[in-house]
Design a protein around this ligand. Structure first.
Ligand SMILES: [Zn+2]
Length: 232
């Protein structure tokens, strides 16, 4: 049966060759989702090894954070943006698993004096998750858990409003809206825990800030954050 499946996979691969999930042009490198060229040019941050970094600065004065780090910088019209599009709109959730594992290795290597005890992926609204078939932040957390063993608590937060297109509103209104769009699960007890919030992209930081406030209300003592990419 295994041999038959492998043959079938090879056959499908001949008709639909695997492409790099970043440029969608070249073949991926061995044990990678990206081609050599894309992998080489990915704008990786140095935020894991640099505790006082630009991610933390973005949330300065808003929330107390132990560690914060993104794997990549996301510039407009870049390869990373194409990759994020594939992750969110083309069903390529393996991107999140794959990068999650790299994030996990960076966490294990660098965040050693007070490692996070549990992970909470930023939730999607149930309608959106149903439509997409998965929550990309949870897929990222799965990858991190794979390489660190940190457990995931996926029901600690809920997204109760399906409100992503807020372009016309002011910054204050947007922040207020984000705060209203999440709630914590009354059964989630985070007392004295060090929580790692996981999201696909950090932009203004409003979503992570709102989620962190809810975790603190549920008893969390320490908050850290990680994302696949940081919008520039
Ligand atoms: Zn490529």
């Amino acid at each position: 049966m295994k041999v038959l499946l492998a043959c079938l996979k090879d056959f499908v691969g001949l008709i639909y060759p695997q492409l790099c999930l970043c440029c969608f042009e070249d073949a991926p490198a061995k044990d990678n989702l990206f081609c050599l060229e894309c992998d080489f040019h990915l704008p990786r941050t140095d935020q894991f090894s640099n505790p006082q970094n630009d991610f933390k600065e973005r949330l300065l004065g808003r929330i107390d954070i132990k560690y914060a780090a993104s794997y990549l910088y996301n510039y407009k019209s870049s390869r990373v943006q194409q990759m994020l599009h594939a992750l969110k709109y083309q069903g390529k959730k393996e991107i999140a698993n794959f990068i999650g594992e790299q994030l996990g290795h960076a966490i294990s290597k660098n965040w050693i004096d007070e490692p996070p005890e549990l992970m909470i992926p930023v939730p999607l609204h149930t309608k959106k998750q149903h439509w997409r078939g998965y929550n990309q932040s949870e897929e990222l957390a799965n990858g991190i858990s794979e390489s660190t063993g940190i457990p995931i608590v996926s029901n600690a937060l809920q997204k109760i409003m399906n409100n992503d297109s807020q372009t016309a509103k002011s910054r204050e209104e947007r922040l207020h809206n984000v705060q209203l769009s999440f709630q914590s699960n009354i059964h989630a007890d985070l007392t004295d825990r060090h929580v790692l919030l996981v999201d696909d992209v950090v932009t203004s930081g409003a979503t992570l800030e709102a989620c962190a406030q809810l975790c603190i209300k549920s008893g969390a003592k320490t908050i850290s954050m990680t994302t696949l990419a940081m919008a520039m």
